[in-house]
Design a protein around this ligand. Sequence first.
Ligand code: 5AD
Length: 385
Amino acid sequence: MSRIEEVLRQDVFSRDDIIRLLSAVEAEELEMISQAAGRTLMERCSDKVYLRGLIEFSNICTMDCLYCGLRKSNQKVNRYCLTKKEIVAAAYECAANGLGSIVLQSGERRDASFIDFVTDVVREIKRQTVSEKLSDGLGITLCVGEQSPENYRRFFNAGAHRYLLRIETSHPGLFKKIHPPRQRLESRLRCLEVLKEIGYQVGTGVMIGLPGQTISMLADDILFFRDIDIDMIGMGPYICHPDTPMYKHHQSVDRRRNEIFRRSLLMIAAARLVLKDVNIASTTALQAMDPLGREKGIRFGANVVMPQLTPAGYRGDYLIYPGKPCLNEGNNECRIRFENEMRSLGRAVAIDQWGDPKHFITRTKKTRGNGPASYESLAEQRLNR
Ligand code: 5AD
């Protein structure tokens, strides 16, 4: 029996096991790992692929991450912020096309008018999308960076029930290298804790292939996701953006392109094998590296896809990294094509559903017992529908 086969026979994985999985190179090993991740997914979640319409509503950012094309020091970006009407219209289009859930993503701002705006938009989307198909309106995930506990609570009370905040790397030294000094890993960790306390379904993730990042750092990222009991994961390959300080590494990153892509798929599989019942996104960055990247992510154990729903005229200005596919994927035709693709992989696309992570339900049951009618019992009913 090969070493990978031996690793895959287990249910609990050590750090060394994870390192072994992430080091796989041979096609045969990759196939075994993807099959094992698929089995865990079927046993612990389902064959469903959940959709989230992605609306990148503003690229204005006050942060200066050294890898990101939208960093505030990049003067070449044409900055925009959609109006409330435009965002609500995009959300409405999602609901009309069977996407039961959306992600509202933007650059990071903490000023009061931004907080008021986001709160207002969330409330309005909720109000306008309650229908026979979606009795509680669209599911709303926010991805607007580090905020105060009070503002996270305001968004939650307005109707957002999931939050994504990537830690980018759980390695303190690497985190410091890719961020300016005022951006701190500790403060992101604190935000993740606060989000969980408020009652959000919480997602995080890392970039894969960062200069200086080793396989053991990636294995530690997986253990970190497990230890903080995260509900959702979004990870993707690091792609060099020419208008950022980290572009100086582009030659070595380009040279490792295949390795970075492979390792991104292996990170999805490892996260599935170790964390089991979380939602894992097959991200746009995978698709930017390979036109079939998104399908490959699904094969390696992901169960969430985020079709682009940002209005077409703005997509080209939301370039976190270059080569981002700017497809129009909101319409019915695209959805049907995607459903067929998924069916050929033995998977079914969930329509008109929030698609909450099983992990959230298990976690909240564990910590709170069978309390009075609460958000989590609602979520459970929805899952069983
Ligand atoms: N390559 C890949 N992903 C990136 N992100 C930011 N810049 C890049 C890049 N150059 C990711 C970060 C961030 C998310 C919105 O996009 O992980 O959290």
